[in-house]
Design a protein around this ligand. Structure first.
Ligand SMILES: O=C(O)CCC(=O)C(=O)O
Length: 294
Protein backbone atom coordinates (compact mmCIF):
# COMPACT_ATOMS: atom_id res chain seq x y z
CA UNK A 1 0.00 0.00 0.00
CA UNK A 2 1.38 3.42 -0.92
CA UNK A 3 1.47 6.06 1.76
CA UNK A 4 0.17 9.59 1.34
CA UNK A 5 2.76 12.06 0.10
CA UNK A 6 3.62 14.46 2.85
CA UNK A 7 1.88 17.70 2.08
CA UNK A 8 2.56 20.54 4.44
CA UNK A 9 -0.66 21.38 6.32
CA UNK A 10 -0.04 25.02 5.37
CA UNK A 11 -0.25 24.02 1.70
CA UNK A 12 -3.51 22.19 2.32
CA UNK A 13 -4.84 25.31 4.02
CA UNK A 14 -3.72 27.50 1.12
CA UNK A 15 -5.41 25.20 -1.40
CA UNK A 16 -8.66 25.17 0.56
CA UNK A 17 -8.65 28.95 1.04
CA UNK A 18 -7.44 30.07 -2.41
CA UNK A 19 -8.44 27.15 -4.63
CA UNK A 20 -4.88 26.70 -5.85
CA UNK A 21 -1.44 25.97 -4.46
CA UNK A 22 2.10 25.89 -5.82
CA UNK A 23 4.07 22.90 -4.53
CA UNK A 24 7.68 23.74 -5.31
CA UNK A 25 10.15 20.92 -5.95
CA UNK A 26 7.63 18.12 -5.48
CA UNK A 27 9.49 16.09 -8.12
CA UNK A 28 13.17 15.59 -8.65
CA UNK A 29 14.60 17.63 -11.56
CA UNK A 30 16.18 14.59 -13.31
CA UNK A 31 13.02 12.58 -12.96
CA UNK A 32 10.80 15.27 -14.47
CA UNK A 33 13.31 15.78 -17.31
CA UNK A 34 12.97 12.08 -18.22
CA UNK A 35 9.20 12.13 -17.93
CA UNK A 36 9.11 15.30 -20.02
CA UNK A 37 10.96 13.46 -22.80
CA UNK A 38 8.32 10.71 -22.67
CA UNK A 39 5.57 13.34 -23.07
CA UNK A 40 7.46 14.99 -25.95
CA UNK A 41 7.76 11.66 -27.76
CA UNK A 42 4.05 11.00 -27.30
CA UNK A 43 3.07 14.47 -28.54
CA UNK A 44 5.29 14.08 -31.61
CA UNK A 45 3.56 10.84 -32.59
CA UNK A 46 0.06 12.11 -31.83
CA UNK A 47 0.57 15.32 -33.82
CA UNK A 48 2.14 13.67 -36.88
CA UNK A 49 -0.92 14.39 -39.07
CA UNK A 50 -1.30 18.00 -37.99
CA UNK A 51 0.94 20.09 -40.21
CA UNK A 52 -0.94 23.39 -39.85
CA UNK A 53 0.87 26.61 -39.00
CA UNK A 54 -0.26 28.35 -35.81
CA UNK A 55 -2.09 31.05 -37.82
CA UNK A 56 -4.21 28.39 -39.58
CA UNK A 57 -5.55 26.94 -36.33
CA UNK A 58 -8.71 27.97 -34.50
CA UNK A 59 -8.30 30.53 -31.66
CA UNK A 60 -8.77 27.70 -29.13
CA UNK A 61 -6.06 25.63 -30.80
CA UNK A 62 -3.79 28.69 -30.86
CA UNK A 63 -3.82 28.58 -27.05
CA UNK A 64 -2.19 25.17 -26.96
CA UNK A 65 -1.55 21.85 -28.63
CA UNK A 66 -3.76 19.46 -26.66
CA UNK A 67 -3.19 15.69 -26.48
CA UNK A 68 -5.46 13.84 -24.06
CA UNK A 69 -5.44 10.33 -22.54
CA UNK A 70 -1.72 9.99 -23.29
CA UNK A 71 -1.27 7.35 -20.58
CA UNK A 72 -3.40 4.99 -22.64
CA UNK A 73 -1.35 4.72 -25.84
CA UNK A 74 2.02 5.79 -24.37
CA UNK A 75 2.97 3.56 -21.42
CA UNK A 76 6.12 5.64 -20.79
CA UNK A 77 3.83 8.50 -19.70
CA UNK A 78 2.14 6.39 -16.99
CA UNK A 79 4.79 7.07 -14.32
CA UNK A 80 3.86 10.76 -14.61
CA UNK A 81 0.07 10.38 -14.75
CA UNK A 82 0.11 7.99 -11.79
CA UNK A 83 3.04 9.52 -9.91
CA UNK A 84 2.42 8.73 -6.22
CA UNK A 85 3.76 12.10 -5.07
CA UNK A 86 1.44 13.97 -7.42
CA UNK A 87 -1.72 11.95 -6.88
CA UNK A 88 -0.95 11.49 -3.18
CA UNK A 89 -0.68 15.28 -2.85
CA UNK A 90 -3.96 15.64 -4.79
CA UNK A 91 -5.65 13.26 -2.31
CA UNK A 92 -4.36 15.24 0.65
CA UNK A 93 -5.49 18.56 -0.85
CA UNK A 94 -9.01 17.41 -1.70
CA UNK A 95 -9.23 15.22 1.43
CA UNK A 96 -9.86 11.78 -0.10
CA UNK A 97 -8.79 8.23 0.72
CA UNK A 98 -8.51 7.28 -2.94
CA UNK A 99 -8.34 9.22 -6.20
CA UNK A 100 -9.35 8.39 -9.73
CA UNK A 101 -7.98 9.83 -12.95
CA UNK A 102 -10.42 11.90 -15.05
CA UNK A 103 -7.93 12.31 -17.88
CA UNK A 104 -4.43 13.49 -18.53
CA UNK A 105 -3.21 15.82 -21.27
CA UNK A 106 -0.20 17.60 -22.70
CA UNK A 107 -0.82 21.33 -23.14
CA UNK A 108 1.97 22.73 -25.26
CA UNK A 109 1.62 26.45 -25.91
CA UNK A 110 3.48 27.12 -29.12
CA UNK A 111 5.81 30.09 -29.62
CA UNK A 112 3.47 32.99 -30.38
CA UNK A 113 0.48 31.06 -28.98
CA UNK A 114 -2.38 33.15 -27.66
CA UNK A 115 -3.52 33.35 -24.05
CA UNK A 116 -5.68 30.62 -22.54
CA UNK A 117 -9.11 32.15 -21.94
CA UNK A 118 -10.32 32.25 -18.35
CA UNK A 119 -12.68 29.47 -17.32
CA UNK A 120 -13.60 27.00 -14.61
CA UNK A 121 -13.07 23.32 -15.42
CA UNK A 122 -15.87 21.65 -13.50
CA UNK A 123 -18.69 22.97 -15.74
CA UNK A 124 -17.13 20.95 -18.61
CA UNK A 125 -17.39 17.70 -16.69
CA UNK A 126 -20.54 15.68 -15.93
CA UNK A 127 -19.54 15.03 -12.30
CA UNK A 128 -21.98 15.80 -9.49
CA UNK A 129 -19.54 16.31 -6.65
CA UNK A 130 -17.03 19.17 -6.48
CA UNK A 131 -14.19 16.91 -5.37
CA UNK A 132 -12.01 17.46 -8.43
CA UNK A 133 -8.66 19.10 -9.04
CA UNK A 134 -5.97 19.47 -11.68
CA UNK A 135 -2.24 18.98 -11.33
CA UNK A 136 -0.54 21.38 -13.74
CA UNK A 137 3.02 20.20 -14.28
CA UNK A 138 5.53 22.47 -16.04
CA UNK A 139 8.15 20.63 -18.11
CA UNK A 140 10.14 23.84 -18.67
CA UNK A 141 10.50 27.16 -16.86
CA UNK A 142 7.17 28.93 -17.33
CA UNK A 143 6.85 32.64 -16.69
CA UNK A 144 5.14 35.81 -17.80
CA UNK A 145 6.77 35.61 -21.21
CA UNK A 146 6.15 31.92 -21.98
CA UNK A 147 2.59 31.68 -20.64
CA UNK A 148 2.30 31.04 -16.92
CA UNK A 149 -0.97 30.15 -15.24
CA UNK A 150 -3.10 32.66 -13.32
CA UNK A 151 -5.74 31.84 -10.71
CA UNK A 152 -8.46 34.01 -9.12
CA UNK A 153 -8.03 33.40 -5.36
CA UNK A 154 -11.16 32.12 -3.64
CA UNK A 155 -13.11 31.71 -6.89
CA UNK A 156 -13.63 27.99 -6.15
CA UNK A 157 -16.18 28.97 -3.50
CA UNK A 158 -18.30 30.88 -6.02
CA UNK A 159 -20.86 29.81 -8.59
CA UNK A 160 -20.08 27.48 -11.47
CA UNK A 161 -20.41 29.07 -14.88
CA UNK A 162 -19.88 27.49 -18.29
CA UNK A 163 -17.58 29.59 -20.47
CA UNK A 164 -17.30 28.55 -24.11
CA UNK A 165 -13.58 28.94 -24.62
CA UNK A 166 -13.76 26.46 -27.53
CA UNK A 167 -15.49 28.74 -30.03
CA UNK A 168 -15.84 32.12 -28.27
CA UNK A 169 -12.39 33.63 -27.75
CA UNK A 170 -12.41 36.36 -25.10
CA UNK A 171 -15.50 34.95 -23.39
CA UNK A 172 -13.58 34.39 -20.15
CA UNK A 173 -13.17 38.14 -19.54
CA UNK A 174 -16.69 38.49 -18.14
CA UNK A 175 -16.01 35.67 -15.69
CA UNK A 176 -12.81 37.32 -14.45
CA UNK A 177 -14.59 40.67 -14.08
CA UNK A 178 -17.12 39.05 -11.71
CA UNK A 179 -14.47 37.72 -9.31
CA UNK A 180 -13.69 39.38 -5.99
CA UNK A 181 -9.94 39.02 -6.60
CA UNK A 182 -7.89 39.53 -9.75
CA UNK A 183 -5.96 36.48 -11.03
CA UNK A 184 -2.57 35.87 -9.47
CA UNK A 185 -0.02 34.70 -12.06
CA UNK A 186 2.36 31.98 -10.91
CA UNK A 187 5.72 31.36 -12.60
CA UNK A 188 6.87 27.78 -12.03
CA UNK A 189 9.58 25.39 -13.18
CA UNK A 190 10.36 21.71 -13.70
CA UNK A 191 9.79 19.74 -10.49
CA UNK A 192 7.04 22.08 -9.32
CA UNK A 193 3.37 21.15 -9.48
CA UNK A 194 0.50 23.65 -9.40
CA UNK A 195 -2.84 22.32 -8.23
CA UNK A 196 -6.18 24.02 -8.84
CA UNK A 197 -9.67 23.08 -7.73
CA UNK A 198 -12.26 22.24 -10.41
CA UNK A 199 -14.15 25.47 -9.73
CA UNK A 200 -11.16 27.82 -9.58
CA UNK A 201 -11.24 30.51 -12.27
CA UNK A 202 -7.96 30.26 -14.16
CA UNK A 203 -6.28 31.34 -17.37
CA UNK A 204 -2.78 31.50 -18.85
CA UNK A 205 -0.75 34.23 -20.50
CA UNK A 206 0.21 34.19 -24.17
CA UNK A 207 3.56 32.74 -25.18
CA UNK A 208 5.56 35.74 -26.36
CA UNK A 209 8.80 33.76 -26.51
CA UNK A 210 10.29 31.74 -29.37
CA UNK A 211 10.06 28.50 -27.34
CA UNK A 212 7.22 26.05 -26.77
CA UNK A 213 5.74 26.21 -23.28
CA UNK A 214 5.62 22.51 -22.46
CA UNK A 215 3.19 21.55 -19.71
CA UNK A 216 1.40 18.38 -18.78
CA UNK A 217 -1.72 18.15 -16.67
CA UNK A 218 -3.71 15.42 -15.00
CA UNK A 219 -7.17 15.78 -13.54
CA UNK A 220 -8.15 13.66 -10.57
CA UNK A 221 -11.37 13.22 -8.61
CA UNK A 222 -12.23 11.60 -5.31
CA UNK A 223 -13.25 7.97 -5.66
CA UNK A 224 -17.02 7.71 -5.19
CA UNK A 225 -18.05 10.70 -7.32
CA UNK A 226 -21.13 10.16 -9.48
CA UNK A 227 -22.19 11.04 -13.03
CA UNK A 228 -24.18 14.26 -13.44
CA UNK A 229 -27.03 14.64 -15.94
CA UNK A 230 -25.35 17.29 -18.10
CA UNK A 231 -23.70 16.36 -21.41
CA UNK A 232 -21.45 13.59 -22.61
CA UNK A 233 -17.78 12.90 -21.98
CA UNK A 234 -15.43 10.17 -23.29
CA UNK A 235 -14.25 9.40 -19.74
CA UNK A 236 -17.82 8.27 -18.98
CA UNK A 237 -19.47 7.34 -22.27
CA UNK A 238 -16.75 4.86 -23.25
CA UNK A 239 -17.62 2.84 -20.17
CA UNK A 240 -21.40 3.44 -20.34
CA UNK A 241 -21.53 5.08 -16.90
CA UNK A 242 -25.16 6.08 -16.40
CA UNK A 243 -26.44 9.29 -14.81
CA UNK A 244 -26.28 9.06 -11.00
CA UNK A 245 -23.95 6.03 -11.06
CA UNK A 246 -20.57 5.97 -9.34
CA UNK A 247 -17.82 6.75 -11.87
CA UNK A 248 -15.71 3.62 -11.72
CA UNK A 249 -14.94 2.60 -15.31
CA UNK A 250 -11.61 1.59 -16.82
CA UNK A 251 -11.26 5.01 -18.48
CA UNK A 252 -11.10 6.56 -15.00
CA UNK A 253 -8.96 4.11 -13.03
CA UNK A 254 -7.88 4.41 -9.41
CA UNK A 255 -4.76 6.55 -9.57
CA UNK A 256 -3.92 6.54 -5.88
CA UNK A 257 -3.18 4.37 -4.07
CA UNK A 258 -2.37 2.16 -7.05
CA UNK A 259 -3.89 -1.30 -6.52
CA UNK A 260 -0.91 -3.68 -5.97
CA UNK A 261 1.34 -0.74 -6.90
CA UNK A 262 0.67 -1.47 -10.60
CA UNK A 263 -0.29 0.96 -13.35
CA UNK A 264 -3.78 0.33 -14.70
CA UNK A 265 -4.35 -1.13 -18.15
CA UNK A 266 -6.38 1.04 -20.55
CA UNK A 267 -9.57 -0.17 -22.18
CA UNK A 268 -9.88 -0.08 -25.99
CA UNK A 269 -11.79 2.86 -27.46
CA UNK A 270 -15.15 1.64 -28.79
CA UNK A 271 -15.29 1.29 -32.58
CA UNK A 272 -18.23 3.73 -32.64
CA UNK A 273 -15.78 6.54 -31.84
CA UNK A 274 -14.01 5.97 -35.15
CA UNK A 275 -17.32 6.46 -36.95
CA UNK A 276 -18.19 9.80 -35.36
CA UNK A 277 -16.82 12.64 -37.53
CA UNK A 278 -15.90 14.79 -34.55
CA UNK A 279 -14.12 12.00 -32.75
CA UNK A 280 -12.39 10.75 -35.88
CA UNK A 281 -11.03 14.26 -36.50
CA UNK A 282 -9.95 14.61 -32.86
CA UNK A 283 -8.04 11.33 -33.13
CA UNK A 284 -6.50 12.31 -36.48
CA UNK A 285 -5.40 15.65 -34.99
CA UNK A 286 -3.86 13.82 -32.01
CA UNK A 287 -6.28 15.00 -29.33
CA UNK A 288 -7.44 11.44 -28.57
CA UNK A 289 -5.85 8.04 -29.17
CA UNK A 290 -6.95 6.42 -32.40
CA UNK A 291 -9.50 3.62 -32.08
CA UNK A 292 -7.61 0.37 -31.63
CA UNK A 293 -4.43 2.17 -30.50
CA UNK A 294 -4.46 0.75 -26.98
O1 LIG B 1 -2.11 25.31 -19.76
C1 LIG B 1 -2.95 26.17 -20.03
O2 LIG B 1 -2.68 27.10 -20.77
C2 LIG B 1 -4.33 26.06 -19.46
C3 LIG B 1 -4.50 24.94 -18.51
C4 LIG B 1 -5.88 24.75 -18.04
O3 LIG B 1 -6.81 25.44 -18.39
C5 LIG B 1 -6.11 23.65 -17.12
O4 LIG B 1 -5.18 22.90 -16.78
O5 LIG B 1 -7.28 23.48 -16.69
Amino acid sequence: MQTAALVDPADVETFRRDGFVHLKGLLDADEIAGLGRAVDAAVTVRKRNDTRALADKSPYEQSFIQCQYLWEDFPDVRPLTFHPKIVGAAAALIGAEAMRLWHDQALYKEAGGRETDAHQDHPYWPINELRTLTAWIPLVEVDDETGCMGYAPGSHTGAAEYVNIFTEPGSGEALVAKQKHKPVFVPAGPGDVLFHHGLTVHLAKANRSDRTRRAYTAIYFADGCTRAAKGGHPSLDREAISVGAVIDGRATPIAWPLPDGRYPEPAPWPAAYGQSRTMERAARMGVFPTVGAT
